[in-house]
Write a protein that binds this ligand. Structure first.
Ligand SMILES: Cc1cc2nc3c(=O)[nH]c(=O)nc-3n(C[C@H](O)[C@H](O)[C@H](O)COP(=O)(O)OP(=O)(O)OC[C@H]3O[C@@H](n4cnc5c(N)ncnc54)[C@H](O)[C@@H]3O)c2cc1C
Length: 292
């Protein structure tokens, strides 16, 4: 592994990625890099840059479809060491990119810090949720981000404060490749009251989304003023199946996969949905999930 000489403890080769995604499908990463510190990350990034190795950043894999052929590049996963740190801050809480969002929400409830509960039931990491501006009817994460620490491909680290950041529907203006961590502006509140809100959101999710079974949340973005789920439902596609992938009966913007399903099943079903919805409603659905 000449390319990563000296970094053997944090780099593996040909690592199957399925186990790192919520869909549980997809082929291997040529290089799988798990740095524990910013310096290790910088070194790995430098080697990739010098050797023209394409880089991919993996969070919790809750919004990803990895192709059956896998990824010809370095998948960099920030879920060790300092990337997991969580601490109180002046604004509320500061968390490393790899911190688990579900656990962070519960920790804030316990500490009487309100704001992050709008992320209840949204799986992933702090880095992935900020990158995607994760959220929904209860609010988006972007509205409570105070600052974000990022690293670019040159290994330079910057802090970008709220004034520099713009969040839109499932997107941000963060252009640096790596989000290292974020600080959230939270208010103080009674833990019992925040917990009540968390429970209400869970009940809403349970009633409206398929729980259990492998999936990646909503597959398509909602077109402006429209619901992707309603368009798919109207096209008669609930329950539609290709191989091991099928459209949820409960929420048509969710695709569920059986054990042993292939990424190609998902991709064929996605194309079929797009074509059918376009024929029926003349709307072209844009993907919310990322395909590697
Ligand atoms: C059951 C279920 C329900 C869901 N419900 C919702 C919902 O209600 N609302 C919603 O918005 N989403 C929802 N999602 C999608 C998913 O939870 C979010 O998109 C979440 O933000 C993904 O975070 P992640 O850490 O898993 O990111 P990943 O899936 O690993 O990556 C997503 C993107 O973020 C990038 N990324 C990840 N970490 C970093 C980092 N540290 N630095 C830079 N880029 C990074 C990746 O490169 C990729 O482009 C749901 C998913 C599931 C499985």
């Amino acid at each position: 592994m000449k390319l990563f000489d000296g970094l053997e403890t944090i780099v593996k080769t040909d690592v199957p990625l399925a186990q790192y995604t919520w869909l549980n499908i997809g082929g291997p990463a040529k290089y799988f890099v798990q740095p524990r510190t910013v310096d290790e990350l910088r070194l790995a990034v430098q080697r990739c840059r010098e050797n023209d190795v394409r880089m991919y950043v993996l969070g919790g894999g809750a919004n990803l479809l990895v192709d059956d052929a896998g990824v010809d590049g370095a998948v960099i996963r920030l879920r060790q060491g300092t990337f997991l740190d969580v601490a109180h801050s002046e604004a509320g809480v500061r968390a490393g990119a790899g911190a688990d969002m579900g656990r962070l929400v519960l920790r804030c409830v316990r500490d009487g810090l309100s704001g992050l509960e709008c992320l209840t039931g949204i799986p992933g990491t702090v880095g992935g949720c900020v990158k995607m501006n994760a959220g929904g009817v209860f609010g988006d994460i972007g509205s409570i981000v105070e600052s974000v620490e990022v690293m670019n491909d040159m290994g330079e680290v910057f802090t970008r404060s709220r004034e520099d950041l713009a969040f839109a529907y499932r997107s941000t203006n963060i252009s640096s490749r790596f989000i290292l961590g974020a600080e959230f502006r939270l208010g103080e509140d009674d833990p019992q009251r925040i917990l009540k809100q968390v429970k209400q959101i869970w009940i809403y999710k349970k009633n409206t989304q398929p729980l259990g079974g492998h999936n990646a949340g909503c597959i398509f973005k909602n077109p402006r003023g429209l619901s992707a789920g309603a368009l798919i439902d109207r096209a008669g596609l609930k329950g539609k199946r290709v191989g091991g992938a099928y459209v949820s009966d409960k929420h048509a913007n969710f695709i569920l996969v059986d054990e042993g399903a292939r990424a190609s099943d998902m991709l064929k079903l996605i194309n079929l949905i797009r074509e059918t919805v376009y024929k029926k409603s003349e709307v072209y659905l844009e993907l919310e999930i990322e395909v590697w």
